[in-house]
Each structure stands twice: as C-alpha cells, then as structure tokens.
Design a protein around this ligand. Structure first.
Ligand code: SAM
Length: 464
C-alpha cells in the first residue's frame, strides 16, 4: 500500500493554505491544460473565499471546454445482480440486508432489460454486479452477461459498449473480462483511508483494503488499459480522499504511462436497510462537491469525470459545467429495474441507494441541448482501439476534441431520427446540429454532410 498511498505525505499536504496570489498562479497554470501537482491541488482545496471559488469554477469551465468541447457522453447502468457476499455498512446490497429483494438476473431477463434500453435509444451500458463468494461463479456470470448484452438486438440496434463495475478479481479472470471486449473496467476504492475502510467493510472479500487498492494494477497487467476509479464521498474527509485518489493516479501514470480513463465521485445516499447510509460520518455538501469537481478537472484535465443520477437534476446541470464529461441517465439500481413504464417512472426505493435525477433520456437530451451541450452516444474510441496510452496521447495533442465533436453530432442525429419522441427535442436538436455544422472547417463540413446523407438513407452506426 505504501508505494501507492503515503499517509504522511497526504497529511502534510492537507496542512497547506495558499494566498490569493498563489491561487491565481495555480489557476493560470491549470488553464495551460498541463494538470497540477499534488501540492497545487491541495492548495486549491484550501480555498474558502467566494471570489476565489468563482475563479476556480471559471477556470474549470475553461479547461472543460478546451478539452472536451461541448459533448457530454451518456450511458445507462444495468444492474444484473444484488445477491452479495459482502457486508458494507452503507450499501443496500449487504449480505444481511433482508429489506430488499435479492436476485441475480437470468440470461433471458438480461436480454429483456437490454431490449428495453435499446428501445429507448441507449448505446452504452455500465454493467454493475454484486460479488458472490466463488470467484469462478463471479467471472462466469459476468462473461455470460456481457455476451448477452452485446448479442441482444432490438430493431436492428445493439449495445455498442459495455463498461463494467464489478469487484476486483484474479489476473486470470481480468484477462477473461478483457477478452469479453469490455470498454472500461471500473472499481471504486470507496475510501482510501484504511482504518475507515476496515470499519465499514466488515465482512466478505471486499473487506480486504489492499486487494481493492491493487485491483487496477492487476487489471492493467491482465491487458485492461482502460480503467475507471472513484471514491464514495461521505465515508471519510473529502480532502483526504481527493488527494489520495490523485496520488493513486500519479502512481498509475508513473508505473504504466496511463492514467484512469474516468473518475467517479458518488456521494453516499440513503439506502434501504442501511442506517449508516442515511447518516454518513463525513457528509459532503453541494458546495464541496462543486469544488471537488472543479479541482479534479484542473488536476487531471484529460480524465473523464462521471456523474450519476444520485445527484439532483439542478446540481447535475451545474456540475456538468464545472467539468463532468459523462453522465448516467434514467438509472435504476436494482436488477430488473427497467421492466416496464411503471418502474421506469417510479420512485421505488428498493435499489442499492436512492436516486435524485429521474429525467428520461429525451428530457436529458433536451436539457443538455438547452444548456449549450451536445449529448453524445458515441462509442467510437473503444471500437477503433483508441484506448489507454493511445487515447491519452490523442487527447493531449488536442485531436480527440474534433473527433468527439463530430461523433457527438452523428450520434445525436441518429438519436433524433430514431428515438426522440418529443417534437421539441427533435426541432431543437436538428437546429443545433445545423448551427454546429456551420462552425466546422470545410473538410469536416463535407465529411459530416456525407455521413448525414447516409443516415437519412437509413444507414446507421457511422463514426470517425
Ligand atoms: N461489487 C462491485 C464492487 O465491489 O465494486 C460493485 C459495487 S456497487 C454495486 C457499485 C458502487 O455503488 C460502489 O462501488 C459504491 O461506491 C456505490 N454505493 C454503494 N452504496 C451506496 C450508497 N448508499 N450511496 C451511494 N453509492 C453507493
């Protein structure tokens, strides 16, 4: 653990307090899109003055626009199981929690869930599973589920990218996950503070802090170069967690020359059957979450930041401007949650935790468009093997922004043609596509015009 997380160094960094002049120097450097040192990120965490916070947010918005342009990638989580061998005090899936219905979807049920998501226009799934005691049972089930998701068809549509959020596993099993063609392997450390980790993960394979911390190393060695990390905010002091997570990133970058593809920043939400989740020890306020997103955006400018529907629609709209680049939409956090219109629209709490943004995909697309963003269903990078170091180098050279922009417009047009069920969304979307097209250079204008022609002739799944 010591070579990844150095507690003494973190504690020293957290004593840093910086002057207004130092803040300005750091923000100026951040705007050059070169990222920040741990010392600089810690300095920004000490900002309290509202005027300086505003400058921090402006800088984050600048960096966000410079690297990602206007596109926001959307995905939907698919929970396939909640029968869990772990007892994590904050989680609704905990082994001893009998307040929720526990189940593991069959292949047939997974297929049905995927069809319902395809029918709505989704292209990207984040497959989420609980952890059972037998590692063979785990990996065999994950692989079967991934194959099922990729092979399910509805009206000539298929899911194009399956990211997975599942427990750490042995390298030989990570290799199988890689061979199953996953997009990103995602695992959250939950808390980098070992004593807190051990206090909250009281039973089961997940109670091994080091096994969790080494998960990304093991997945990388097994060939997965596209990985996502995160912390569950509320378990320990957020300042500590952010610096520890950045330290983890620096370690990975140094060792493998690749950083995480994404960072997730979930906050603990109330969960059925968990007393702890309704009253976490270190709750993070909305203002603190804004600061966290902005500092992460400046510290690791090339890493995607993921925001889930745990947060309210109002706050999500704000955080998207501060640096979030990927969002989940229409989420249900119980296996089988997408079954019918009733469950899609319900506030049923029987999931892993409570959700606060219930906007439909159409409503989310509309909201993004109205806020000046381009909703994107693009899955091109992973399909053209633009992952890991290759991806990071493209982003750093500024080449990704162009491709992301064009692919976002292509996938938006396909969505509007095939799935938008609201005339306002269609009109607004087509209008914005026209405006965006006019801003392209001649070569890209011609390229996209040709692709749009094909889309009008019912040819689908185009990307550059
Ligand atoms: N079995 C997988 C693993 O070990 O990572 C998946 C765990 S869980 C299904 C996915 C994530 O949900 C967890 O990593 C945790 O961060 C988050 N989570 C759990 N309980 C939560 C709660 N009460 N509120 C918000 N997020 C929660």
């Amino acid at each position: 653990m010591e070579n990844i997380i150095n507690i003494n160094e973190i504690n020293n960094l957290l004593t840093i307090n910086i002057s207004e002049e130092e803040v300005n120097i750091i923000l100026k450097k951040a705007k050059q899109l070169k990222g920040l040192t741990l010392k600089e990120s810690s300095g920004l965490l000490s900002i309290k003055n509202p005027k300086l916070l505003k400058e921090l947010y402006d800088a984050a918005f600048f960096v966000k626009k410079s690297i990602y342009g206007k596109r926001i990638v959307m995905f939907v989580p698919l929970y396939i199981s909640n029968i869990c061998a772990n007892k994590c005090l904050y989680c609704g899936f905990a082994l001893n929690n009998n307040f929720i219905t526990k189940k593991k979807l069959t292949v047939y049920e997974i297929k049905n869930q995927v069809k319902l998501l395809l029918k709505r226009g989704h292209k990207r799934i984040l497959m989420v599973a609980s952890e059972m005691i037998s590692s063979d049972e785990n990996i065999n089930y994950y692989i079967e589920a991934i194959k099922t998701i990729y092979s399910t068809e509805y009206n000539n549509n298929k899911i194009k990218r399956v990211n997975v959020n599942v427990a750490p596993m042995a390298r030989k099993d990570f290799k199988k996950l890689k061979d199953a063609n996953i997009g990103t392997y995602q695992v959250f450390q939950e808390t980098y503070h070992k004593q807190t980790y051990e206090k909250l993960h009281i039973y089961g394979p997940k109670s091994d802090y080091n096994n969790r911390l080494n998960a990304i190393d093991n997945s990388f060695v097994a060939g997965i170069d596209d990985f996502g990390i995160g912390v569950l905010l509320g378990l320990y002091k957020y300042n500590f967690e952010i610096i520890a997570m950045l330290m983890h990133i620096k370690y990975l970058e140094k060792k493998y020359n690749v950083g995480p593809h994404t960072i997730s920043i979930p906050r603990v939400k109330p969960a059925f059957g968990s007393i702890y989740a309704s009253n976490p020890e270190y709750p993070v306020t909305d203002e603190e979450l804004k600061k966290i997103v902005a500092i992460l955006r400046l510290s690791v400018p090339y890493t995607g930041i993921i925001l889930s529907t745990r947060e309210t629609s109002n706050l999500r709209d704000i955080l998207i401007k501060l640096g979030v680049s990927q969002i989940s939409v229409e989420s249900k956090v119980m296996p089988g949650g997408y079954n019918d219109e009733d469950t899609m629209n319900s506030d049923k709490l029987e999931g892993q935790f409570n959700l606060n943004d219930q906007r439909s995909l159409n409503e989310m697309v509309k909201s993004l468009l109205l806020n000046g963003f381009i909703p994107s269903f693009c899955t091109a990078c992973y399909r053209t093997k633009r992952t890991g170091k290759f991806f990071m180098d493209l982003v750093k050279r500024g080449e990704m922004k162009r491709m992301c922009n064009i692919n976002a417009l292509i996938t938006l047009k396909e969505f509007l043609d095939d799935f938008a069920d609201d005339i306002d969304v269609k009109q607004l979307g087509y209008k914005i596509i026209e405006v965006e097209k006019k801003m392209l250079n001649d070569v890209d204008f011609n390229l996209i015009s040709e692709i749009f022609c094909k889309i009008s002739n019912k040819i689908r799944d185009k990307y550059i």
